[in-house]
Design a protein around this ligand. Structure first.
Ligand code: HEC
Length: 288
C-alpha cells in the first residue's frame, strides 16, 4: 500500500461507516441522539457566553453580559415586580374552594411545575391543560388558553417551583415524538423573511435587532409566563404565555402563526423544555 492510496482508503471506510450508521433503527438512534443533541445545544451557549453558567440562563436576554444596563433596571424592578397586582389575587384564588375543591388540592395530584410537560394517561399535558381540567372540576371555565385569569394562575403554579431545576423525561416516547416535531419547527426556515427560530435565538443570540437584544434559546421556557408592561398599558392584560410568545415571533418572521392550542406550539414547548433541562425555574418575570 502506498501513501497515495491511504486517504482514498480512509474516505472509503468513512463512507462505509456513514452507510452503516444511517441504517441504525430509527428509534434507537433517536434516544441516543436526543441526549447528545441537548448536550450539544447547551454546550454551544455555554461556550459562546462563557461567563454565564447554566444556572444563570434563566432571565432571557438579561442573562447575557451584553444586557448589563437593561439588566440593572430589570433586577431593580424585580424587587417590587410590576406583575404583583395581577399575581396577588390569583394567589388567593389558588386556595379558594369551588365545588368543594381548591386548585391547590387539585394541582397537587400533578408533579410540580418544573416537571411539565409530562405524560398523563398517554397524553402530553402542559400546565395550562392541567389547570383547565381542574377548573372544570370546580365547575368554572375561562374564555381561552390565553385568558388573563388562566395565565395568572399558571404564574402562581410556576412560582411555587421557583429555583428548582427544570426536569423532563427525555426517555418518554410521547415526549420524544413531540421533541422531534418541535425540533423541525425550531430549525426550519419559514415565512416571508425565510428565518428559522435558530437564525435569531441561536446564531444571533446576544446581537441587537431593532434595538432589542436577542435572547439565547437556552433558558427560554423557565421564565414564562412573563408580564409585559407595554402590553399591560395597551390592553390591560400584561401576561404573555410561552405559546403567545411563539406566535408573536412567528408573525415577526412573516409566517402564519398556528392558532393557540395547536400541536406545533406544544411541540416547540417540549423541544425547548428538553433543551432547558437542569436550568432553574424563575417565573414569572417582567418584560418591557
Ligand atoms: C427575526 C428574529 C427572530 C426570530 C426569527 C424569532 N424570534 Fe423570538 N424573539 C425575537 C426578539 C427580538 C425577541 C424579544 C427579545 C428577546 O427576549 O429575545 C424574541 C423573544 C422570544 C422569546 C421570549 C424570551 C424572553 O425571555 O422574553 C421566546 C421564547 C422566543 N422569542 C422564541 C422564538 C421561537 C420559538 C421562534 C421560532 C418560532 C422565534 N423566537 C423566532 C426575535 C426573533
Amino acid at each position: 500500500m502506498t501513501y497515495a492510496t491511504l486517504p482514498a482508503k480512509i474516505s472509503l471506510s468513512l463512507l462505509f461507516l456513514i452507510v452503516v450508521f444511517a441504517g441504525v433503527p430509527h428509534t434507537r438512534a433517536q434516544s441516543v441522539a436526543i441526549d447528545r443533541e441537548v448536550e450539544q445545544f447547551q454546550a454551544f451557549f455555554l461556550e459562546r457566553f462563557f461567563s454565564v453558567s447554566l444556572d444563570e440562563f434563566n432571565e432571557g436576554a438579561y442573562s447575557l453580559p451584553q444586557s448589563a444596563p437593561q439588566a440593572a433596571t430589570f433586577r431593580f424592578l424585580e424587587q417590587l415586580p410590576p406583575y404583583m397586582h395581577a399575581l396577588i389575587p390569583a394567589r388567593s384564588e389558588w386556595n379558594r374552594t369551588y365545588n368543594g375543591i381548591t386548585l391547590k388540592n387539585c394541582m397537587s395530584q400533578h408533579p410540580p411545575a418544573n416537571q411539565f410537560p409530562y405524560v398523563l394517561d398517554n397524553r402530553v399535558i402542559s400546565i395550562e391543560m392541567a389547570i383547565l381540567s381542574c377548573l372544570e372540576l370546580q365547575d368554572r371555565s375561562f374564555a381561552g388558553s390565553d385568558s388573563m385569569e388562566l395565565t395568572a394562575l399558571t404564574a402562581v403554579f410556576r412560582e411555587q417551583a421557583r429555583g428548582t431545576a427544570n426536569q423532563i423525561n427525555l426517555n418518554d416516547e410521547k415526549l420524544k415524538t413531540l421533541y422531534r416535531k418541535g425540533y423541525r419547527v425550531f430549525w426550519a426556515r419559514q415565512g416571508q423573511y425565510n428565518y428559522s427560530c435558530a437564525s435569531c435565538h441561536v446564531q444571533n443570540a446576544g446581537n441587537t435587532l431593532a434595538g432589542e437584544l436577542i435572547s439565547p434559546a437556552l433558558g427560554h421556557t423557565v421564565a414564562f409566563p412573563v408580564y409585559s408592561q407595554t402590553r399591560a398599558s395597551q390592553t390591560g392584560n400584561g401576561w404573555v404565555t410561552l405559546h403567545e410568545q411563539y406566535r408573536r415571533c412567528m408573525s415577526r418572521m412573516g409566517a402564519v402563526a398556528p392558532p393557540l392550542g395547536d400541536r406545533r406550539l406544544l411541540a416547540l414547548e417540549v423541544f425547548q423544555t428538553m433543551n432547558d433541562v437542569s436550568v432553574p425555574l424563575k417565573a414569572p418575570q417582567s418584560r418591557p
